[in-house]
Design a protein around this ligand. Structure first.
Ligand code: PMP
Length: 407
C-alpha cells in the first residue's frame, strides 16, 4: 500500500502519458529534473496570456498583478523553507547560480590568504568549482572531507579538520549520485563551533525531505525549482539576513540600486540588492504552483512514498547477481546508483531507453566522487512522487533481459 495515490497524481503530469520507442514511458531520471504538473504548465500560459509585465516598476494594473504574483512566490518559498523573513529569499537561476553568488560575494569579501574552505568528497561540480576559484584568487586552501566506502561522510574526520582557519563549509544536503542524506544539522553545529559559516546545497533535498532552515541553522541554503516540479531557470538562495546585509551585490544593473550617479551607487534593500535586471518572472510565478502542489500532498507522504520506492528498488536490484549497488548509506533519498558486470553504463542506459525507461548514466557531475569510488560512471534511477512499484518491476525485468541479451 503506497503512501500516495499515484494513479491520481499521474493524471496531473501530461508528459508521463506517452510511449517512448513503443513502450510506455518509465521516467526514473528525477534527480536530473522532475516533470511538471498541469498547474505549473498552465501558470506559464496564464501569465503570458493574462498579465505579462515587468515587475516592481510599473504602476499599471498588469505590472501590479505580475509583481504581486512574483512576490507571492517569495512568501511561499519562505514558508517551504521555514525562513524567518521573506527578504532572506533571493531568486536566482538555480543552485549553480546560488553557489556562484555566495562564492563571488561572500567568498571574495570574507575569505583571505591562509583561510580554508571545506567541501565533502560527494559534491556536485557546482559546489566544487566556484570554491576552487575563490581559493585560487585568495590563496586559500580547499579541503575535502572524506567519505566511507558506503558513501557516507566521515564526520569524525570532519571534526578533526575543522579549525580556526576554516572560514566556510559548503556541503550537499543529499548526494545526487548516491542518494546519501548527510547529517547536516550536526555538521552545521560543528561548523559554527569552529567559527565558520556553512552553505547547504539542497538541490536533491528540497521537495524530497522536510527542510527547515531555522531549525538547521544553516547560513545559506540553495535549491533549484526544476527539481521540485517547478520550471527550469529558477532557483533560490536563502541566506541569513545579517549575512546577506554584509555581502556586496553579485551583479550590477537595474533593480539592485537605490541611487546611481557616475561617482557613486547606493544599493537597494534585500532581497533586491541581489536581483539585478529583469528576473525570470514567468517561471517564478509558475513555481508557486509547484510549491502548492507539494504542500497539498505534504512532505510526510512524499517521504513515505519515496522511501517505499527506495526500499523496493534496493531489494529488487540486490537480488540480481549481475548488478552491484553503488552507495549504501543508512540514510538515503530515492536515488539508486548501480553498475552492471562487464557492461558500460552508457550501453545499459541506451538499452533501457530502447524499452522506454529513462535513467541517467555517467559521472552525474561528480567526477571526483567517481574517482574516489574507482568508477567511471554509474547507472542512476531516481524517484519522484509519481513513480510506482510496477515501474521498478519493469526496470528490474529489463535489466535481466539486457543481461541475457549480452550473454
Ligand atoms: N547540486 C546538486 C547536488 C545537484 O544535484 C545539482 C543538479 N544536478 C546541482 C547542484 C546544480 O543544480 P542546477 O543545475 O539546477 O543549477
Amino acid at each position: 500500500e503506497l503512501a500516495i495515490n499515484t494513479e491520481a497524481i499521474r493524471k496531473e503530469f501530461p508528459v508521463l502519458h506517452q510511449k517512448v520507442n513503443g513502450y510506455p514511458l518509465v521516467y526514473l531520471d528525477n534527480a536530473a529534473t522532475t516533470q511538471k504538473p498541469t498547474q505549473v504548465i498552465d501558470a506559464l500560459v496564464d501569465y503570458y496570456q493574462g498579465y505579462n509585465a515587468n515587475i516592481h516598476r510599473g504602476i499599471h494594473t498588469l505590472a501590479e498583478k505580475a509583481t504581486s504574483a512574483f512576490e507571492q512566490t517569495r512568501e511561499s518559498v519562505r514558508s517551504l523553507l521555514h525562513a524567518k523573513q521573506t527578504e532572506e529569499i533571493i531568486f536566482v537561476r538555480g543552485v549553480t547560480e546560488a553557489i556562484n553568488l555566495v562564492a563571488s560575494s561572500y567568498g571574495h569579501t570574507f575569505i583571505g590568504e591562509g583561510d580554508e574552505i571545506m567541501i565533502s568528497a560527494l559534491e556536485h561540480h557546482a559546489n566544487i568549482v566556484p570554491w576552487q576559484w575563490v581559493c585560487q584568487q585568495k590563496k586559500a586552501t580547499l579541503r575535502v572531507i572524506p567519505i566511507t566506502d558506503a558513501g557516507e561522510i566521515d564526520v569524525d574526520a570532519y571534526k578533526k579538520m575543522l579549525s580556526p582557519c576554516t572560514k566556510l563549509v559548503a556541503l550537499a544536503h543529499v548526494s545526487n549520485t548516491l542518494g546519501t542524506i548527510n547529517p547536516v544539522k550536526e555538521m552545521i553545529r560543528m561548523a559554527h563551533q569552529a567559527g565558520a559559516v556553512i552553505l547547504i546545497d539542497g538541490a536533491q533535498a528540497a521537495g524530497h525531505l522536510a527542510v527547515d532552515v531555522q531549525e538547521l541553522d544553516c547560513d545559506f541554503y540553495c535549491l533549484s525549482a526544476h527539481k521540485l516540479y517547478g520550471p527550469t531557470g529558477i532557483g533560490v538562495l536563502y541566506g541569513k539576513k545579517a549575512l546577506l546585509e554584509r555581502m556586496p551585490p553579485y551583479q550590477g544593473g537595474g533593480e539592485m540600486i537605490r541611487e546611481v550617479t557616475y561617482a557613486h551607487t547606493t544599493y537597494n534593500d534585500l532581497p533586491y540588492k541581489f536581483e539585478a535586471g529583469t528576473p525570470n518572472i514567468a517561471d517564478v510565478v509558475a513555481f508557486w504552483y509547484a510549491i502548492e502542489f507539494i504542500q497539498k500532498i505534504g512532505t510526510p507522504s512524499i517521504v513515505a512514498h519515496e522511501q517505499e520506492l527506495l526500499a523496493y528498488c534496493t531489494e529488487k536490484l540486490s537480488a540480481l547477481p549481475f548488478i552491484q549497488l553503488v552507495g549504501r548509506a543508512k540514510e538515503k533519498v530515492g536515488i539508486v546508483s548501480f553498475i552492471m558486470d562487464g557492461v558500460h553504463c552508457f550501453d545499459v542506459g541506451q538499452m533501457l531507453d530502447a524499452y522506454g525507461i529513462a535513467v541517467r548514466t555517467g559521472h552525474h557531475c561528480t567526477q571526483p566522487l567517481m574517482q574516489r569510488l574507482g568508477l567511471d560512471g554509474t547507472i542512476r534511477a531516481s524517484f519522484a512522487l509519481y513513480n510506482t512499484l510496477a515501474e521498478i518491476d519493469k526496470l528490474a525485468a529489463m535489466l535481466e533481459k539486457i543481461s541475457k541479451i549480452l550473454k
